[in-house]
Design a protein around this ligand. Structure first.
Ligand code: FES
Length: 355
């Protein structure tokens, strides 16, 4: 389905692999071919940056041609992206903004203060850069069958997964009765502002309400019943900062399907930090820093996924010591326990095996 050299016809690929096998010793055919095109790899999933589009002064969309292992995504899901910055490998998860079945995938990234990876992606990622990719993941997806009426509430870069949903519905010609209330600081900070307005103009069943927090203050769920009088009849999907999602779920309870950028409570616990042996390396973990962040900052390539305690893609075996859960402050762990490195910090010395 994808259009690229990395997805050549299977018989052509088999012939090339056989020819490469005859020519390369002791390199494996896989090694030889990936020298020419890293997207050929059958053992790791990679992608090539093919386009960048500025969305706002602080946000860009990055389009990536995926390797042959990419299995596509469902609208609303996120993808783990690994890049190298100043010789250190980092991995971050970003929501996909491209529609389903789009061949190439697009992530839309807003620069965050002190964000090493977001700054690189937004300011200075050359076309042609090869990035590592995880498979798409996440449960924040459109329900099947679609509800009769939908309400999306988003703020800032929280529009990204919802944009993927709206683009998918637009492409399929199946836009239901939907209201999007989107908040950004100013019109200039509104990611996809023009495209959202165009979508609403094209689909009478879609209403888009822009709020600008620099003018009207932060989005207050208490005022949404005025904006959307039939709110109680709508399936609610929300994505944005923790404060907004907490307020929405506080008002409307579990009826809200919320996509969070960080686990609830994350950041409230500072912990004590400590010196941790990660495989063969010794890493200093700052108070309140996750084991995963500390390992990556030290140049280690560690398994990861959602980075918020959901997917268990980051678990590693604890061999000595204990760790502190950054969401609850709980001290836990026995030798042999598998610990999630994305949501645990150090609390004194510890030893953890790495792959
Ligand atoms: S990366 Fe998903 S649980 Fe840690």
């Amino acid at each position: 389905m994808f259009r690229s050299a990395s997805t050549a016809h299977p018989s052509r690929r088999r012939r090339l692999l056989a020819a490469a096998g005859a020519l390369t010793t002791p390199l494996l055919p896989e090694d030889f071919l990936t020298l020419f095109d890293p997207l050929w790899s059958t053992t790791s999933l990679r992608g090539r940056v093919v386009a960048r589009r500025r969305e706002t002064p602080r946000a860009v969309s990055v389009t990536i041609e995926p390797g042959r292992q990419w299995a596509g995504h469902r609208a609303g899901q996120y993808v783990g992206v690994g890049i190298e910055v100043d010789g250190v490998r980092y991995r971050r998860s970003y929501s996909l903004s491209s529609p389903e079945d789009s061949g190439h995938l697009t992530i839309t990234v807003q620069e965050v203060p002190d964000g090493v990876v977001s700054t690189k992606l937004v300011r200075d990622l050359p076309i042609g850069t090869i990035v590592e990719l995880d498979r798409a993941a996440g449960e924040f997806t459109l329900p099947d069958p679609l509800p009769e009426k939908l309400l999306f509430v988003t703020a800032g870069s929280g529009i990204t997964p919802v944009m993927s949903m709206l683009r998918t519905l637009d492409r399929a010609g199946t836009m239901p009765d939907a209201v999007l209330v989107h908040s950004a600081r100013t019109p200039e900070d509104t990611i996809f502002g023009a495209e959202l307005a165009a979508l609403a103009a094209r689909h009478p069943s879609l209403r888009v309400v822009f709020r600008h927090s620099a003018v009207t203050g932060r989005l207050d769920p208490g005022t949404l019943d005025e904006t959307v009088p039939d709110r109680a009849d709508r399936a609610v999907y929300a994505c944005g900062p923790e404060g907004l999602l907490d307020a929405l779920t506080g008002c409307w309870g579990d009826d809200v399907v919320a996509e969070r950028f960080a686990p609830p409570g994350f950041g409230a616990v500072e912990g004590t930090g400590g010196t941790v042996e990660l495989g063969e390396d010794t890493v200093e973990v700052e108070p309140g820093q996750s084991l995963l962040d500390a390992g990556e900052a030290a140049g280690k390539l560690l398994p990861s996924g959602c980075r918020m305690g959901i997917c268990f893609g980051c678990v590693l075996p604890l061999r000595e010591g204990q760790v502190r859960d950054l969401r609850t402050g709980e001290l836990h762990g026995e030798p042999g326990d598998m610990v999630q490195t994305c949501i645990n910090s150090a609390c004194g010395p510890a030893r953890i095996d790495t792959p």
